[in-house]
Design a protein around this ligand. Structure first.
Ligand code: MG
Length: 202
């Protein structure tokens, strides 16, 4: 399986990092070794002093396809969840300034904890609330209506480049409020008001 992740998809987050507003989705990949499941702890890597949490809605692909038209995109996923796109911001800034690829800052071991997945029919996908508590304090809150590129557009776009396969995950971008995590932190991620991802930084 592969993890496809979208950058700069919420205007308030683009503004907080002073990035340019993209005219098409920003796409990068993480390998399967980035995945953490079942509320497994995240081990803080020693190569960074500025690991940021990025809370994101995650789509679970359940059918193979490429060159998918936006109107058919809903047929390619039936479950959604949440994930953290952990980012070594210090390393990413260094790589970006040299025009180098981001992988070491974005795709390292354990950089993609994901929640359980839930039938999308339970939710209004265009008006979906999600939030993150760190040590009981709210750090990020988003709603999918703030996305610049919606789920269907994202699937259409990425499937022009990468064949989507059953089990692939798409991280759909983070709202504002990204920030540093430290060893000992407790992260709790809520889809609407349901706690679906709950783990510690070790
Ligand atoms: Mg992200």
């Amino acid at each position: 399986m592969k993890i496809i992740a979208i950058g700069r998809n919420y205007a308030d987050h683009v503004a907080e990092l002073k990035n340019e507003r993209p005219d098409e989705p920003v796409v990068f990949l993480k390998p399967d070794t980035a995945l953490l499941r079942n509320n497994a702890p995240f081990f803080h890597p020693s190569f960074s002093e500025d690991i940021h949490h990025e809370l994101e809605v995650v789509l679970k692909i359940d059918r193979e396809g490429k060159f998918i038209e936006p109107q058919f995109a809903p047929k390619y996923f039936s479950e959604i969840g949440l994930g953290i796109d952990f980012t070594a911001r210090d390393l990413q800034s260094k790589l970006k300034s040299k025009g180098l690829p981001w992988e070491k800052a974005k795709a390292f071991n354990g950089s993609a904890p994901v929640s359980s997945f839930h039938a999308k029919e339970k939710y209004n996908l265009d008006n979906l609330n999600f939030h993150l508590l760190v040590n009981g304090e709210e750090r990020q809150r988003g709603n999918t209506h703030q996305m610049m590129f919606g789920f269907n557009e994202l699937i259409a776009h990425v499937s022009q480049y990468f064949t989507l396969k059953k089990g692939d995950l798409i991280f759909t971008g983070t709202p504002a409020g990204v920030g540093k995590v430290a060893i000992g932190d407790h992260l709790e991620c809520f889809l609407e008001d349901e706690l679906i991802l709950d783990f510690h930084v070790k």
